[in-house]
Design a protein around this ligand. Sequence first.
Ligand code: DAH
Length: 343
Amino acid sequence: MEQLLQQIAQYRQEIESTVANGAESMEAYRIRFLGTKGIVKSLFSEMRHVPADLKKEFGQVLNEFKQLAETKYENWKQTAALSEESGSEKPDWTLPGQPVAVGTRHPISLVKNQIVHIFGRLGFSVAEGPEIEDDWHNFTALNLPENHPARDMQDTFYIHQNPDWLLRTHTSSVQARVMETQKPPIRIICPGRVYRNETISARAHCFFHQTEGLYVDENVSFADLKQTLYFFVQEMFGQEVKIRFRPSYFPFTEPSAEMDITCRICNGTGCNVCKHTGWVEILGSGMVHPNMLENFGIDSNKYTGFAFGMGVERICQLKYRINDLRLYSQNDVRFLKQFTGAR
Ligand code: DAH
C-alpha cells in the first residue's frame, strides 16, 4: 500500500512536469496514462489487493490522480484546437496593429473645464451642489421669498408636485449651500447642470449648464467684479474682445448687471446670433445683496461680495459656432468627434 502511494506521487510529479510538444507527444502521453493498458487503468486494478479498511482512502487517491491525468490532457487538447483555429501556433508579429478608438471630450466639458481653469488661476476653487434642490437653497435663501414675482422668471420642475422639492433652476443654489457652511473669505466657482420647464428648440432646452461664481470678502467692489470678468473674457476669447455691462435685476444682487461681449461669430459687425447688434449676452452678475449675506449670518457691514452666473452652452456656441442647443444632447458621433483638446 505504502509503495503504491509513493508510486502515485511520482506519477503526479511526472504529469505536472510534462510539457506537450506537438500532437505526437500528446498522443504518447494519452497512451501512457489514459490508454486501455495505461497507468490509470493498471492502478485501478491494484484495488483488489488493497485491504478492505483502506479501500475507501485508496479509492479517493486514485480518483484524484485520474482526474489530474485527464484534465491535463483536456487542457492541451483545447489549446491545440485554439491555435489551429488561428492558423498557426505562433503569432505573426509582422501584422499591422489594430487602431484603438479614442473618444473625445464633450464640448460642454471642454468649455466648463476651461472656465474652471481660468478662475482657478485667480484663486477660485470649485464647489458643487445637488441637482435636486429644496426651495430654500434655490429661491428663498437667495432673497426670493414665496410669491416673489421673480420666481416666474424661471419655469421650475417640481418633484412629485411637492412645492419644496425641485430640480435646481440655476447654480446660484450652490452659493447658498457654500455660505451656509463657510465663512468669508469665500472665492468659489460652481459648474453644473440646471433644469427649466421649457419647450425644446434650437434656442431653448429643458436642461443646460451654468457656472456660478461668488466672491465674498472685506472691501470687494464692483470694480473687482468688472476686472475679474474682463480677465475671464480675454482669457477665454482673446485680447481684442470687448465687454459691456447693462443694468439689470436679480433678487440676489444689488446693483445687478448683465454682461455682453463682442459677438465672436461676426466680430461685432452684425449677424443672426447677435441679432445684428454686434453684442451677445453671456452672463448675469452683481454685488451680493446684503439680505443674502445676513441670511447666512455674514455681517453685511463688514463684508461685501460679487456674484455671477454664466451659461456654458452660450460660451460654447460662441467658441465653436454651434447654433442649435439640441446638438449637445443628441449624442451624434459626427458632431462629438469634431472637438479635441487637452482638457
Ligand atoms: N441665476 C441667474 C440665472 O440663472 C444668473 C445670475 C445672475 C447668477 C446674477 C448670479 C448673479 O450669481 O449674481 O439667470
